[in-house]
Design a protein around this ligand. Structure first.
Ligand SMILES: [Zn+2]
Length: 200
């Protein structure tokens, strides 16, 4: 039994469930909010969390996070609808957008294939990707998965899966450090990796 008031213990428990937060950090965060300098901070955080679930969803076309479905990228007529970039996570898309080097469409997989963690192709949005390519007018698909074992496994799977469509398949130039996540890659490096992309 915890000697802490239930409301504080509950908050500590919730923080502990977040990735990268141990029990110690969870306690520190909870007490920070309890006696923080800004009295509105806890309420602002609570409101942001409620809004996160109420106002955001996944785009039914590209699976990016969005407030409107379809998202602003899928509905933008000025973007090249013959070019598609496949990424693992919404933050990878954000990183590529920041580089301003890509003006096509996206597809967010929501993860990567990882036999160790029991994540297979069916756990990702691959079926939806195949359907989009089948129904669309794409001439090139850039597979921009992370430079990790899982990212490479996913890229190889997609390569096989999309081979029959007769379109150009390419991957980012490996100026990217091995083991690196796209979301942490700076704009210049990403822009170069896109421009120097190689056909698979
Ligand atoms: Zn979309």
């Amino acid at each position: 039994m915890s000697v802490l008031p239930r409301s504080i213990q509950q908050l500590i428990n919730e923080f502990s469930r977040l990735p990268g937060i141990g029990p110690k950090s969870a306690s520190r965060l909870a007490f920070f909010l309890l006696r923080g300098a800004d009295p509105n901070q806890a309420v602002d955080l609570a409101n942001a969390l409620v809004a996160l679930k109420e106002n955001t969803r996944f785009c039914s076309i590209c699976h990016n996070i969005t407030e409107d479905d379809p998202c602003v990228i899928c509905t933008n007529e000025e973007r090249d609808s013959t070019l598609m970039c496949v990424v693992e996570e919404p933050l990878d898309l954000v990183a590529i957008e920041r580089s301003r080097a890509f003006k096509g469409r996206y597809h967010v997989l929501h993860g990567s294939i990882s036999p160790v963690e029991g994540i297979g192709p069916d756990d990702l949005t691959i079926e939806s990707l195949v359907k989009r390519i089948d129904a669309g007018e794409y001439s090139e698909v850039i597979i921009a998965t992370n430079a990790t074992l899982e990212g490479d496994t996913t890229a190889r799977y997609l390569e096989r899966r999309l081979a029959s469509f007769g379109l150009k398949l390419s991957s980012l130039a490996r100026g990217l450090a091995v083991g690196s996540d796209l979301e942490y890659t700076d704009e210049v490096t990403l822009s170069r990796a896109l421009q120097g992309r190689q056909e698979l």
